[in-house]
Design a protein around this ligand. Structure first.
Ligand code: ZN
Length: 241
């Protein structure tokens, strides 16, 4: 249903009118087989996207946002949180949690956010945040070591930054000869990506600026109830005390 709509209606129109269209789409997916942990909607199935992911028919959340909520929900109370390029429904849930402070930011102005912070020069105090959510950001940043240094600076000792990017096996793939959007699409999988990380490669760079790393590795969910349809690695980067 939603896939069919995307083929015949411009994406910009769908995004602009998402709050009206989503509830209508959800009517066609009502059921009791699966459930979204972000909006609570019970459905007959999730919407399958082209990359093998599963979207909630009601709130449009992707699996990685729903998975992250299972991790964040128990630890948000009284914490100071910074969220880069926040997915809407996840952001709404965090805002309703009892955080001490919750700041959202998006440099590209693609996502609704409180601020427009430059990750290379973050206009926030040293050691201010308990939790930083930095999902699918670093693969867009040329000077990623500088960004990591800034994330480290604004994190409190014992604070944690949750990081995820697309990953490949082997080494990080970068190529300074690749500049154009079409080349980047071919080489890095997206027109605005500047590299593809590997998990060990990302870990090594994070450790080089001072972080201590813990990897959270998730298998594909066997029941399918929450739509965690793929394996997933989340990098937890701690600032040591
Ligand atoms: Zn949902």
């Amino acid at each position: 249903m939603y896939s069919a709509l995307k083929k015949i209606i411009p994406r910009t129109f769908l995004k602009k009118n998402e709050s009206i269209i989503r509830p209508i789409v959800a009517l066609f997916y009502r059921g009791h087989i699966v459930q979204c942990n972000l909006c609570g909607f019970k459905a007959s199935k999730f919407i399958h996207n082209q990359r093998g992911g599963k979207l909630c028919p009601k709130c449009g959340s992707v699996a990685r946002a729903r998975r992250l909520w299972t991790i964040l929900e128990p630890i948000l109370k009284d914490r100071v949180v910074l969220h880069f390029s926040p997915a809407l429904k996840l952001s709404q849930r965090i805002r309703r949690a009892n955080t001490k402070d919750y700041i959202t930011t998006d440099f590209s102005k693609e996502f609704k956010a409180d601020k427009c912070l430059d990750i290379l020069d973050i206009a926030e105090p040293d050691a201010y945040f308990d939790i930083i959510i930095c999902y699918h950001i670093l693969e867009h940043i040329d000077k990623d070591i500088q960004a990591m240094t800034e994330l480290y600076r604004i994190l409190k000792p014992n604070g944690v930054c949750y990081i995820q990017t697309p990953f490949k096996h082997g080494d990080i793939y970068e190529n300074p000869a690749i500049h154009t959007e079409s080349e980047r699409l071919i080489h890095f999988g997206q027109a605005d990506h500047v590299r593809i990380y590997s998990v060990p490669g990302l870990v090594k760079r994070l450790e080089s600026v001072g972080f201590t790393i813990e990897l959270l590795n998730f298998e594909k969910e066997t029941s399918g109830v929450h739509g965690f349809s793929t394996e997933e690695t989340i990098v937890k980067a701690y600032k040591p005390i």
